[in-house]
Design a protein around this ligand. Structure first.
Ligand code: TRP
Ligand code: ZN
Length: 498
């Protein structure tokens, strides 16, 4: 019994870490990385949800780049996006989407011109505050020159109208991402870390969170869904438009659309509470009596994590199950799962992993991609918490020992500051989780879980760095922990298992 559980998690980790058939991600060497210094403190300390948080200025930020050393092409400085309004029409007969994306932003500088990140599609029209405006495209940069310069502090809206058959996007981090078309015609998006701008023009970096409205128009046989709450459904002749509102700040890569023929948005009434609506987006063969059993444990999973991490940060949760994709991604309030996972015994642990990301990854998000262990190490640790909940502390320890042995064999680079072409290597997940285990051993259970809760609430809906996590850990434990984190996160050599 115990043995089976341990093996199950080993597979879950490998499966989640490796979203394609490329075996190279987990074994890429940690060379050629520019050395970087930690950025300044970057976050809100509020525990309520602000409209959006303020973007810190990184030393190397420019019109073309927000200044992230791991992916210098991503994001843009000069403005702070407040809201994205994406109106999308799905045309199954041609495979095209027609989209109007309105990006509402506040200028943080005087802007004679500014950039958005955008890849692909034909742009039919671009308007700034309703006035048609000239633009240029250069690789993935959309350069916009408004008629008159936008004064610092002004709110302005860029509306981009575009259409085309969506194409996959190959990022440096992971090949084959972005907008997918599955075997049953289902449409969906998986975009971490940098494929959001392959389906909507954006400031495509986690530092610039914003609220979203996404509306999907499709023929009546098709059901569209997106992050957040279904706020409106309009039936027209030959089409239905559903509008979804994400009223908590969200990073671009977590924005998603799922559209399937005969699919349904299915409420899980047993799991839903006054605070959280639990609903899933399921293809016909997984509805009703065919709902996978592990999915029915969602309410219990949320309860376990609320006890350990603090209140669930959003108003909805659920998953979408799609074909033609061998992975899982924690899209905000609507994680996406490939069918392969649903049919596998590891499904329960992958469910737990993506749910844990809603706290660590989605509500608290990295300021720079180099700190990605704050997402993946924490979500992987969430699997250990679930195992401990189900089977007790002895099994938890068996898990940890198994993970440690696997990491020892695999020779991953250390999890802090991974190579940009192996951002999601197994060390980020597994040694990242072991880092939290080492911390727990050092500070004891009471301080450890207080650290997780404090980190989750203090940086909720914002961004955080590894340095900020360490300072929370030191504050709540009263211990000096630099050496521990340095050894576990940055030293090539794997420390002994405590
Ligand atoms: N964050 C995903 C996880 O839960 C891994 C991941 C990163 C991913 N980028 C992706 C999955 C793109 C699918 C597509 O571990
Ligand atoms: Zn993950």
């Amino acid at each position: 019994m115990h043995r089976i559980v341990v093996i199950a998690v080993a597979v879950a980790l490998a499966g989640v870490a490796c979203t394609s058939n490329e075996p190279t991600e987990a074994s890429a060497p940690a060379g050629d990385q520019p050395t970087t210094t930690a950025p300044p403190a970057t976050t809100t300390t509020s525990t309520t949800s602000p409209a959006t948080t303020t973007i810190p200025e990184l030393p190397t930020a420019s019109q073309e780049s927000i200044g992230d050393p791991t992916y210098p092409g991503l994001g843009n400085a000069g403005y702070d996006v407040q809201h994205y309004d994406i109106d999308l029409v799905w045309r199954p007969e041609s495979g095209e989407i027609g989209v109007v994306t309105a990006v509402e932003a506040i200028a943080t500088d005087d802007l004679a011109e500014y950039n958005l990140d955008f890849h692909g599609f034909d742009i039919e029209r671009l308007a700034v505050d309703g006035v048609e405006t000239t633009f240029e495209r250069s690789e993935d940069e959309l350069v916009i020159r408004p008629d008159s310069s936008i004064a610092m502090g002004t709110t302005f809206t860029t509306e981009v109208t575009y259409r085309g058959v969506p194409e996959r996007y190959d990022s440096i981090a992971l090949p084959d991402m972005g907008w997918f078309s599955g075997p049953d015609g289902e449409q969906f998006v998986v975009a971490e870390p940098d494929a959001a701008h392959s389906w909507f023009p954006s400031n495509d970096h986690p530092l610039d969170k914003a609220t979203f409205t996404i509306s999907i128009t499709a023929p009546p046989a098709w059901t569209g869904a997106a992050n957040g709450e279904l706020v409106e459904e309009v039936d027209d002749i030959g089409s239905v438009t559903r509008t979804f509102s994400m009223s908590d700040p969200m990073t671009t890569y977590l924005a998603t659309v799922v559209i399937g023929e005969g699919w349904q948005i299915v409420e899980d009434e047993a799991a839903s509470t006054e605070e959280i609506a639990v609903r899933h987006v399921l293809p016909p063969d997984l509805q009703d009596a065919n709902t996978p059993a592990a999915l029915l444990r969602t309410g219990e999973m949320i309860a376990v994590f609320e006890e350990r991490f603090g209140v669930y940060p959003f108003d909805e949760y659920g998953i979408a199950v799609v074909g033609g994709f061998a992975g899982a991604l924690e899209n905000q309030t609507l994680s996406v799962f490939g069918r392969e996972f649903v049919e596998a015994p590891i499904f329960e642990y992958v469910l737990v992993h993506e749910l844990a990301h809603q706290w660590f990854g989605n509500s608290v998000t990295v300021a720079l991609w180099e700190d990605i262990w704050l997402h993946e190490g924490f979500a992987t640790y969430g699997e250990l918490i679930w195992a401990e909940h189900l089977h007790g502390n002895d099994v938890y320890r068996e898990f940890v020992a198994e993970r440690y042995a696997a990491v020892e064999l695999a020779e991953y680079p250390p999890p802090g500051d991974p190579p940009s072409d192996a951002l999601f290597n197994g060390g980020v997940y597994q040694r990242g989780a072991l880092t939290l285990h080492a911390l727990r051993q050092e500070v004891g259970d009471v301080a450890f879980f207080a650290i997780l809760r404090t980190f989750a609430t203090r940086f909720a809906y914002g961004n955080a760095t590894t340095a900020e996590f360490i300072s929370v850990a030191e504050e709540l434990s009263g211990l000096e922990l630099d050496d521990l984190f340095d050894a576990w996160l940055y030293e090539p050599e794997l420390p002994p298992l405590p």
